[in-house]
Design a binder for this molecule. Structure first.
Ligand code: FAD
Length: 392
């Protein structure tokens, strides 16, 4: 359970008035679920470096997997602001929970829905939406992270099947996935997407151990050693690197909202603590230095909320550019990690304890500021958009 009363969640600029009743209902139901299912066990899961048992099925039950995927394929057909609000509430619980929903929704269901055949959509999407099947997304490789265009994973056309070789690294949910959407080059060097299923010979998913970040999420590799992939597992709508990058845009948009949730959790905890903890005969919230921190947190959260809401409107109208999404991802993750670090100080020694969420959020956000395009890479995207000059 949260340390603070949920009624204290900030809406300083009356942004709720810009949401529909449906948006607010969705947010409240995810908030309630996070409070009852995630909060009581997240500290233990993170401390023990284990994932939350049954998480994906629970996420499926509350409609958090592929919320914007059409109803006919098991999704909820919701708009982009609903998706964002769901991500915000999940990440108030933990970035690992939001990452699980982000990967399944934006990096596995989205490409199958956008670039898959009718048979692929019918075969995979309903099970993915229910959390009965877990998906992973393989783009990053040991030698190629920020520069996926140089990927080495490749496949050959063997007539009645494809033969896939290579390796992917840092893959969320790889050790527990049933399928992986894998990006690999064909014999002409063109990037294509393949659906690889657990059980295919030569396909292994070793786990990456000893992370200090996203400890309640499984991360690992996808290794392909002469894997025979049936031809019907190729995503027919993929023309090159553009398509995997469009998946990242969808996921980055969700991250921009999600990290506001982590920041809210830290902010609300710090406000409450600052009113209760007394030093020098006064609550520490009476000291100007501590008030400065709280005032800046609220200002930054409010700015991030407004950025996301307008980005959501643009996204609903199919007008959000990749550079606009980069700006929101970069700004909001930095906002959240700064708030997590600074708010921890308001709690003094108590801030390092698992009863309070700051250390966990701050450590998680070290991954979030790196994955889906690093902080610096998103700056370069904005720089390119301003000047037209590629500084990569
Ligand atoms: C917990 C976790 C989960 C992840 N999940 C997934 C997943 O599910 N699927 C997936 O495909 N990937 C995943 N990733 C991988 C993630 O997207 C990459 O880590 C990220 O893209 C950065 O790549 P890299 O780690 O190889 O760093 P590098 O690309 O080696 O970058 C190292 C540093 O160099 C900087 N840099 C690189 N190029 C430039 C340049 N041109 N100019 C200036 N600076 C530059 C970067 O900003 C960074 O600071 C995950 C990562 C983590 C940590």
């Amino acid at each position: 359970m949260s340390y603070y009363p949920l009624t204290s969640i900030p809406d300083y600029y009356g942004i709720d008035a810009l949401l529909t009743e449906e948006h607010k209902l969705i947010r409240q139901s995810v908030r309630d679920w996070v409070e009852s299912f995630v909060m009581p066990q997240i500290d233990q899961a993170a401390q023990n470096h284990t994932d939350i048992p049954g998480l994906m099925k629970e996420l499926g039950k509350i409609g958090a997997l592929g919320p914007y995927i059409p109803v006919e394929y098991g999704g909820s057909g919701l708009d982009q602001i609903s998706y964002g609000l769901i991500m915000q509430e999940l990440e108030r619980g933990d970035s690992a929970v939001r990452s699980a929903a982000s990967v399944q929704s934006s990096l596995v269901m989205f490409p199958i829905n956008e670039f898959g055949s009718e048979e692929q959509k019918k075969k995979y999407l309903p099970q993915l939406a229910a959390g009965e099947m877990i998906g992973s997304f393989g783009l990053t490789e040991p030698n190629h992270g920020s520069d996926p265009s140089s990927m080495e994973t490749y496949f050959k056309d063997m007539g009645d099947h494809y033969l896939l070789n290579g390796a992917k690294m840092w893959i969320t949910n790889s050790p527990v996935c049933d399928i992986a959407v894998v990006w690999a080059k064909n014999e002409e060097g063109k990037v294509q997407g393949l659906i690889v299923e657990r059980g295919m010979e030569g396909f292994t998913t070793p786990e990456t151990h000893n992370k200090w970040s996203l400890r309640a999420s499984k991360t690992g590799e996808l290794v392909f050693n002469d894997v025979k992939v049936p031809k019907e597992n190729l995503l027919p709508g993929v023309t090159g690197l553009k398509e995997p990058l469009s998946c990242l845009n969808s996921a980055r948009y969700g991250i921009s909202w999600g990290v506001i949730g982590a920041a809210i959790d830290c902010y609300c905890t710090a406000v409450q603590y600052s009113k209760e903890r007394r030093q020098f005969g006064k609550p520490i919230g009476a000291f100007q230095l501590q008030q400065k921190k709280l005032a800046e947190f609220l200002t930054e959260i409010t700015k991030a909320q407004l950025l996301c809401l307008q980005l959501g409107n643009l996204k609903n109208d199919h007008k959000a550019s990749p550079a606009q999404i980069s700006m929101a991802k970069r700004n909001n993750v930095k906002m959240a990690i700064d708030i997590a670090r600074e708010s921890r100080q308001i709690l003094g020694g108590m801030g390092i304890m698992g009863e309070f969420p700051m250390m966990r959020h701050a450590a998680n956000l070290e991954s979030v500021i790196t994955y889906e395009g690093t902080h610096d890479v998103h700056l370069l995207i904005t720089g390119l958009d301003i000047t037209g000059i590629n500084a990569f």
